[in-house]
Design a protein around this ligand. Structure first.
Ligand code: HEM
Length: 510
């Protein structure tokens, strides 16, 4: 064979190999879900999915029903859209459906972090110890202290009455909750500040503001970074920010702080004991910050906005907050002591609990992904069985399948603050096709990957709203302003953000 023929054969073989790997020759086999490969090899439907995941999945569901397989950027994803069948995925053994594989790829791409074999175990045990039970009492108090520093530091400093302040509500909520949570988790600036002079609240305020500003830059780039769709310039900016955070939150820097939370300290220590190098633990610190602080601020914004847009909801939550404060024997008065809201007090707020759950139904849109480790059968709740191939992925998107299903939640786009309010101590139940739905909302994910910070997150939001309603009068600058639409590129990444901010005013109540 002439040389050119050999080269041609090699090129053809490489092209066929590439197309094979890109899924171009994949055919739907018997018992497999409908297959959608799209027109572009490897990419498949990735572009449509990234630009508006909800719209794309809705169209696919209309065409194929409750289960279908789609090629997205080199992977075949089987989407399960029937909430009554979610148990089959959530409860499946890790040997068959694994959360870690996808998560590890993502955290390496986005945070440069390579987990060790024990990382997840270490996170689980630290979270059980510090973000639940007695640990949660300590963390809630630390958050309360953080909020006092960030929100209430200027109380009583205004001369001449109670002037209105104006701000973007999203900016205000995200900034406040992020900074208070950051101080609660990563500790305070050393009380002996620069040049040996006493540091303190001022240093915490300045430093946490700087961290927030940089964090927001990264946060805005995050969805496109995760889906590898950043322009060259933005990619470099993301790289710069990543390195900045590795430094800011380096183990060395964090060790200088006072009052670091047990959750952060213990995980870092155990990873060190396990032999993870220091530079990798620096990266872990950044990953934790993002996981812990990227969602609660935006969720607090939606909660406060919905309350401000719904006077009856606001009135009922305010009444509840006032009652809980009164029963704790505390009161807000000019020049009086700053109130202290405890975890105990937060256990007696059913109306606020329902408003938080409703907020997360409307605003939390995570995509839960599992890697298929062996060929398996997926059994739907109606008895149908589908074959799923090893190497594929399974996706569940509860926002569309459960949160926005009008049969489970009538008028799904409407904020009904009492939707989840238990009646006379009886837990609310939700139904579809006459069957009880177990997974009627899933803001925290489910199964092995369920958010370990969920109890703390809820307390963060509740503390924030508790203090806002107790201390401040609140007004939207334009009472008729619409609730802004969701920023579509963030579907799949936790709590959604608004496409624009909403101006509001606040001033002390007393
Ligand atoms: C409204 C606030 C929050 C929401 C909606 C939320 C939601 C979620 C979701 C959906 C997941 C992943 C589930 C999956 O991929 O299957 C997750 C993971 C995680 N969350 Fe949260 N989260 C919130 C706040 C927090 C807070 C405050 C902390 C910590 C203090 C935290 C720590 C984590 C960690 C460490 C993971 C990774 C768990 C793992 O790898 O197994 N989250 N969260």
């Amino acid at each position: 064979m002439a040389l050119w023929e050999a080269i041609l054969c090699a090129l053809l073989a490489a092209a066929f190999g590439g197309l094979y790997l890109a899924g171009a020759f994949r055919k739907r086999r018997a018992n497999e879900p409908p297959l959608e490969k799209g027109l572009i090899p490897w990419l498949g439907h990735a572009l449509a999915f990234r630009s508006d995941g909800v719209d794309f999945l809705r169209k696919m569901q209309k065409k194929h029903g409750d289960i279908f397989t789609v090629l997205l950027g080199g992977y075949h994803f089987t989407f399960l859209m029937d909430p009554l069948s979610f148990g089959a995925v959530v409860k499946e053994a890790r040997a068959k459906l694994d959360f870690n594989e996808f998560a590890e790829e993502l955290v390496e791409k986005v945070f440069g972090y390579q987990p060790s074999s024990l990382s997840h175990k270490i996170m689980d045990s630290a979270s059980t110890k510090h973000l639940k039970g007695n640990g949660l009492v300590v963390m809630t108090q630390a958050m309360m202290d953080g909020l006092q520093t960030v929100m209430l530091h200027s109380l009583g400093s205004a001369e001449g009455g109670r002037p209105w302040e104006q701000d973007g509500l999203f900016h205000f909520c995200y900034n406040t909750v992020f900074r208070a949570g950051y101080l609660a988790l990563y500790g305070n600036e050393p009380r002996k500040g620069e040049n040996g002079l006493p540091g303190g609240e001022k240093d915490d305020l300045r430093h946490s503001e700087e961290v927030y500003e940089e964090f927001r830059k990264y946060d805005k780039l995050f969805p496109r970074l995760a889906t590898s769709t950043l322009s060259y310039g933005k990619k470099r900016e993301a790289e710069r920010l990543k390195r900045l955070f590795w430094g800011l939150l380096s183990v060395n820097n964090v060790h200088q702080k006072d009052n670091i939370s047990g959750w952060v300290r213990e995980q870092e220590q155990q990873l060190a004991e396990e032999g993870m190098p220091e530079y990798m633990r620096d990266r872990f610190m950044f990953l934790l910050l993002w996981a812990a602080q990227g969602n609660t601020g935006p969720a607090s914004f939606w909660l406060l906005l919905h309350l401000m847009k719904n006077p009856k909801a606001m009135e009922d939550v305010r009444k509840e907050v006032d009652r809980v404060l009164r029963e704790s024997g505390q009161e807000v008065k000019p020049g009086g002591a700053v109130i202290n809201v405890t975890k105990e007090m937060l256990t007696d707020t059913p109306v606020l609990d329902s408003a938080v759950e409703e907020t997360l139904r409307l605003a939390a849109a995570p995509l839960l992904i599992r890697a298929v480790k062996e060929d398996m059968k997926l059994k739907m709740s109606d008895g149908r069985e589908y074959a799923v191939r090893k190497g594929d992925r399974i996706g569940i998107f509860p926002y569309l399948s459960a949160h926005m299903d009008p049969e489970i939640h009538p008028e799904p786009h409407v904020f009904r603050y009492d939707r989840f309010l238990n009646q006379n101590g009886v837990k609310k139940e939700f139904y579809k096709n006459g069957e009880k739905v177990k997974y009627f909302t899933m803001p925290w994910g489910a199964g092995t990957s369920m958010c370990p910070g969920r109890f703390f997150a809820v307390n963060e939001m509740k503390l924030f709203v508790f203090l806002m309603l107790t201390y401040f009068e609140l007004q939207l600058v334009n009472q008729d302003v619409e609730v802004p639409p969701l920023e579509k590129t963030r579907y799949g990444f936790g709590v959604m953000q608004p496409t624009y901010d909403v101006q509001f005013r606040y001033r002390l109540r007393y």
